[in-house]
Structures are given as structure tokens and as C-alpha cells.
Ligand binder design. Structure first.
Ligand SMILES: Cc1ncc(COP(=O)(O)O)c(C=O)c1O
Length: 468
């Protein structure tokens, strides 16, 4: 199976050429400076950034471009993307079908005379793609657009849910879920307003708004940002008994259980088999909404379209999507749920200016089409198995654990310091960009990465681990 972008749809920039180039470069057969952008790099290194200091970018290179499974730095060096922007570019950078959708939104419809009857000219208009909903970027959801309606149809058709509420960032969609759960708890379950509780897991990561950091386990995410939002209870992740206990004790006050099916930022933690099923049963028993944050685990990353499909026989009450929902093109997220949960949000009680804008909606439809039509989850499963097999061959004491699901692997090293150093060396010297988080380095390349590149990645891991 050919995993890269089709050369047919993208003749100007065939990934085949990039792959061949990347391979030759790694084999030392070509010099890497195919484009000399060192002037730009020079300028940037002397630059005292006006960007806020809430991130500390890795030193050593500046990324200037991307294509498929590669990013290109300002010296013209190709690097394999081992992170996929935390899952935003699961399908590869600038997937041709998604680029096509972007371009379609920029077309201006052409007016023409549709029909002349009884001497009257009736105006009509056409779009380049002739599909009836191109050529529109942003209008408010206070006006009906075909793009937003069709995006909702597409997402609900694929998942089986009744409705979706579109937004931009991941955390924004988590906020939507939190508010829906609280509103449902108050209006439907009958918990007095202000008393609704939501259970979450220790070491979860759901974003960085004030409410979301209120239930973070990471002290650095919270320090100095108080007062925090009350109403959240914590249980250990993967422990169904702890959930049962808290439901037995306080079930009448609890409106929802919000959890990641696989904890991403927590270190790629896959819960024990049967955990999600048990959680769902307990939620049903206690009339508690069961909502999964699939922002990182969804869109094929674990080897299924959505991670809950590995285990659950029926859908949870709602799922939260973002990142690859737009194929890495624009910020796009959604809370997708059964009507009893999302209908709790009545007119005027929630919304956002860019949520459901026609441009993002059209891109979202294209990304969902790519997910399904190009069997992305299967590719992720196949490549993930290969990566895991290759990594498990390594007998390196510095590696404490290797775990994951699909093409999403957590490499646990001996310390946070070693993980940081590992990420730096593999990104700078081995040209595979990855990110560490505490003592774990995540490997989550795009699904168009080739099998040869997956093997090269495992070999690079070994070389770097030996240097720690
Ligand atoms: C599971 C999960 N939820 C929520 C978020 C927050 O998304 P965003 O950074 O787009 O707000 C992330 C981001 O990494 C995530 O992994």
C-alpha cells in the first residue's frame, strides 16, 4: 500500500520526490541544503521575540515550511514530523484534498443569467466546484449557511450523534461540554444550579482555560491563576472502582464524567481493558453523562476513527473533537452529542463568532472525507504496529516503558531531564521532530509516513538513547 499523498492530485509537489529526497539525505547521498534560507535563520536568531513567553521553542532550528510527513527548516533541512502538531496533522501537512477545500472557500461565486422566461432574466450563480456551498469564509451562525449544516450532517452521519456544536480551539469545545453537562444536570437531572459536579481523572489534560486548569493535576498550569472554578471531583485514571465509590457517595449531585479514552499529555496512558465499558455502565446506572475528550485520541490516531470504538458497543453521551478535525488547516473543534445533552443549550446561551464559519466547516467536511475515504485509521493501526514492533526490539536500559495505541507511542525514559535531552537530540541531529512531556517522549507521526521512515525512526531512537 502506498502511504503517501497521491502524486496524481498534486503533481507540482509529489510526496514521492520528497520521500526520495528525504531518504537520500538520511543516507548521506545528498547535501541537505536544497533551498538556502540561512539568511532568514540568521535574522531570526538575533531577534528578541515579541511573542509572549508561555512557550519555550526548541533551540537549533526554525521551521519554515511543511509537506506531507515533513517539515522544512530555514536552512532547507527536511525533518520528519514525529509529533503531527499533537495530532492536528494526522493526515499529513497540507493534504491535497484539504488544500482543495481551502481554495474552494476563497472562490467568489460568478453571477450569470440563469433563465429568461417571459422576457424576465432570473439571476443565478455558480461556484467553481458547482457543489452549491463554496466561496464563503465567515458569516455568523445567526445566518443559515449550507456549509455549517452540511458539516454537522457529515459529522453526525459518521458518528451517529444527533447534534454538534462547532467552535475553534480544543479547550473551547471542552468548555462547551462542561457547560452542556452542567446545564443538563440542572435542567434535566434536577441538581440545584451551582451544585452540579463533574468527575474528571487525575493527570488529565483538557486545555488551559480558567475552568479547565481548575481541575488540572499540574501545579505549574494553575499557579497564580486563581480563583479557580469549583465543581470538579477527581478520581485516579483507569480505576473503575474509584469511580463507582464516588458515584455511590455523591451520584445525585454528579452531572457528568469527563475523561480522555487514552491520556495523551499524561504520558500516552492506555487504560486497562474493560475500563471504558465499566465507566459507561456506571454512568448509566447513576444517570450521569459520560463524555469523552477525543481531541487527541480521535480522528484515527489510535487505529480507529475514535478511540472509544476499540471497546464500547454503544456511543458515549458525547465526544469532543478538535485538532485533525480540520486536517491541521484552521482552528476547528466540536462538541458532538446526543440531543438530550446538547439540547440543554438553548438559543443565546452559548456560541462563538468563528464557530461553524463556512470556511472551517468546508475544511472539516474535507478532513472527515479524508479520514474515511483514505482509511486513515487502518494506516495508523498498521504503522503503529510496525513502530511498536521495531521499538520493542531495542534493549536499552534508558527506556523504562514503551506503550501506546495505533500510531501513538509513549516512550518513557529514566527522567524528565533525559526525555528533554532525547527530544532535543532527535529533533536537531536526527531530523525527527518530537516533544517531551515530563519523562515521556511521544512519537505520533502523520499517517502518510512510510514504513521505511518508521523503521528509520526506531533506529534513530536507539542511536539517541545510547547518547543519554
Ligand atoms: C485531550 C486534549 N483535550 C484538550 C486539548 C486542548 O486543545 P487546544 O490546545 O486546542 O485548546 C488538548 C490539547 O493538547 C488535548 O490533548
Amino acid at each position: 500500500m502506498h502511504h503517501s499523498f497521491s502524486t496524481k492530485t498534486h503533481t507540482k509537489n509529489p510526496a514521492g520526490g520528497f520521500q526520495q529526497y528525504y531518504f537520500m539525505f538520511r543516507m548521506g547521498m545528498v547535501s541537505h541544503r536544497i533551498i538556502d534560507m540561512s539568511q532568514a535563520a540568521q535574522t531570526l536568531s538575533q531577534y528578541d521575540s515579541h511573542l509572549a513567553r508561555n512557550y519555550k521553542p526548541m533551540e537549533g532550528f526554525t521551521i519554515a515550511g511543511s509537506y506531507a510527513q515533513y517539515v522544512i527548516d530555514t536552512t532547507g533541512t527536511y525533518k520528519l514530523d514525529g509529533l503531527s502538531c499533537y495530532g492536528a496533522v494526522n493526515f499529513g501537512h497540507k493534504h491535497p484534498k484539504i488544500v482543495e477545500a481551502v481554495l474552494k472557500t476563497l472562490e467568489t461565486p460568478e453571477f450569470f443569467v440563469k433563465e429568461v422566461s417571459n422576457g424576465t432574466a432570473k439571476p443565478g450563480f455558480r461556484h467553481g466546484a458547482n457543489d452549491g456551498f463554496g466561496g464563503l469564509t465567515a458569516v455568523s451562525r445567526n445566518f443559515r449557511t449550507e456549509a455549517a449544516e452540511k458539516f454537522a450532517d457529515r459529522i453526525c452521519g459518521l458518528t451517529g450523534y444527533d447534534r454538534m456544536l462547532p467552535s475553534s480551539g480544543g479547550a473551547e469545545a471542552v468548555e462547551t461540554a462542561v457547560k452542556s453537562i452542567r446545564r443538563w444536570g440542572c435542567d434535566v437531572k434536577g441538581i440545584p444550579d451551582g451544585k452540579q459536579l463533574i468527575v474528571v481523572a487525575d493527570d488529565c489534560f483538557h486545555g488551559r482555560t480558567t475552568t479547565i486548569i481548575s481541575f488540572s493535576s499540574d501545579p505549574t498550569a494553575k499557579h497564580g491563576y486563581g480563583p479557580l472554578t469549583p465543581g470538579f471531583l477527581k478520581v485516579p485514571f483507569g480505576d473503575a472502582e474509584a469511580l463507582e465509590k464516588i458515584f455511590d457517595e455523591r451520584g445525585t449531585e454528579i452531572a457528568g464524567f469527563l475523561v480522555e479514552p487514552v491520556q495523551g499529555e499524561g504520558g500516552v496512558i492506555v487504560p486497562p481493558k474493560g475500563y471504558l465499558t465499566k465507566c459507561q455502565e456506571l454512568c448509566k446506572k447513576h444517570n450521569i453523562m459520560f463524555v469523552l475528550d477525543e481531541i487527541q485520541s480521535g480522528m484515527g490516531r489510535t487505529g480507529r476513527n475514535f478511540a472509544y470504538e476499540h471497546e464500547l458497543k454503544t456511543r458515549p453521551d458525547g465526544i469532543i473533537l478538535a485538532k485533525a478535525l480540520s486536517g491541521g488547516m484552521v482552528p476547528l473543534s466540536a462538541f458532538v452529542a446526543n440531543d438530550y445533552l446538547l439540547d440543554a443549550m438553548t438559543v443565546g446561551t452559548h456560541g462563538s463568532t468563528y464557530g461553524g464559519n463556512p470556511m472551517a466547516s468546508l475544511i472539516g467536511i474535507a478532513a472527515l472525507d479524508v479520514l474515511v475515504n483514505e482509511h486513515m485509521a487502518e494506516k495508523s493501526a498498521e504503522l503503529g504496529e510496525l513502530l511498536m514492533t521495531e521499538l520493542q526490539k531495542l534493549d536499552e536500559p534508558a527506556i523504562k516503558d514503551i506503550r501506546g495505541q495505533g500510531l501513538w507511542v509513549g516512550l518513557e525514559l529514566e527522567s524528565d531531564k533525559k526525555a528533554k535531552e532525547f527530544a532535543r537530540i532527535i529533533s536537531v541531529d536526527e531530523h525527527i521532530i518530537v516533544k517531551d512531556n515530563r519523562d515521556v517522549v511521544r512519537l505520533s507521526p502523520p499517517f502518510c509516513t512510510t514504513k521505511e521512515e518508521i523503521k528509520m525512526m526506531a533506529q534513530a531512537v536507539q542511536r539517541v538513547v545510547k547518547q543519554l
